[in-house]
Design a protein around this ligand. Structure first.
Ligand SMILES: [Zn+2]
Ligand SMILES: [Zn+2]
Length: 255
């Protein structure tokens, strides 16, 4: 069976299982909460972001006088706001590995539900983005994996929040080596001209767009895409970033 058909069959089976079977915790296999494959005890033990920066979601030092970190205050990021469901640590990192590399879609769906709750809390009284864009995979990597995990997150969020998703607007035009293990400077270099936009982007008049990714570590990818989206536009465009987990390179934390 080709990878594509195998993936479709697998996703269909997963969907049927999700609809028909009672929720089961993806971590301890005990009964989950209604509509969620996670029990309350495991949910309460997940690594959270304490006092995250509103701009980039890095932890602020205790007693920081602002909701933005030093980097964001100085305008070093092109992102207006970041929402992350969790801190990237066990067992979240394990769930993301299962979701990304072992086709365990329930793990991704469960983290997406947590992300939805964080979005709900952050945007109370504020306008939501008008469009969701998944961070794309290179076509070759997409063929190998069979699915883009960011697009799956995007579709769940789009359905729940009634926001359109455009999986074709942004493309990865260059195969880049994995970012893992690279310094912040190497990551930026690695991503140069890695992305391209569909020509129809120039006719769009969106004011707020959200980029969706599974894990964010340095903002290099997102900043690269944000600059591309803002290029040549007369109108202001806010880039929002939503991700399942926020990781960072040491040293942790920002003033
Ligand atoms: Zn559990
Ligand atoms: Zn920040």
């Amino acid at each position: 069976m080709s990878t594509r058909i195998w993936n479709l069959a697998y996703q269909w089976l997963e969907f049927v299982q999700f609809r028909l079977l009672p929720p089961t915790c993806v971590l301890c296999q005990r009964a989950g909460q209604p509509g969620r494959d996670l029990c309350l005890a495991c949910e309460l033990a997940l690594p959270v972001l304490t006092q995250p920066c509103r701009g980039c979601a890095l932890p602020l030092y205790a007693g920081a006088g602002s909701t933005l970190c030093g980097q964001c205050l100085q305008g070093h990021t092109h992102v207006h706001t970041t929402v992350a469901a969790c801190r990237y640590a066990e067992p979240v990192s394990m769930l993301i590995t299962r979701f990304k590399y072992q086709r365990q879609l329930a793990a991704g769906r469960t983290l997406t539900q947590l992300l939805l709750a964080s979005i709900d809390a952050r945007y109370r009284g504020h306008n939501l983005p008008e469009l969701l864009l998944p961070v794309p995979l290179h076509p070759q990597r997409l063929r190998q994996r069979g699915y883009n995990q960011s697009l799956l997150i995007c579709r769940d969020l789009g359905r729940a929040l009634h926001i359109p998703v455009d999986p074709a607007m942004l493309q990865r035009q260059r195969m880049t080596p994995p970012q893992q293990g690279l310094s912040a400077r190497e990551r930026r270099h690695n991503l140069r001209q890695a992305f391209a936009l569909a020509s129809s982007w120039q006719c769009q008049r969106y004011q707020r767009v959200a980029l969706i990714d599974d894990v964010v570590t340095t903002m290099s990818t997102v900043n690269e895409i944000a600059q591309l989206l803002q290029q040549g536009r007369e109108q202001a465009l806010e880039i929002h970033l939503w991700c399942l987990a926020r990781a960072w390179l040491e040293p942790a934390g920002q003033a």
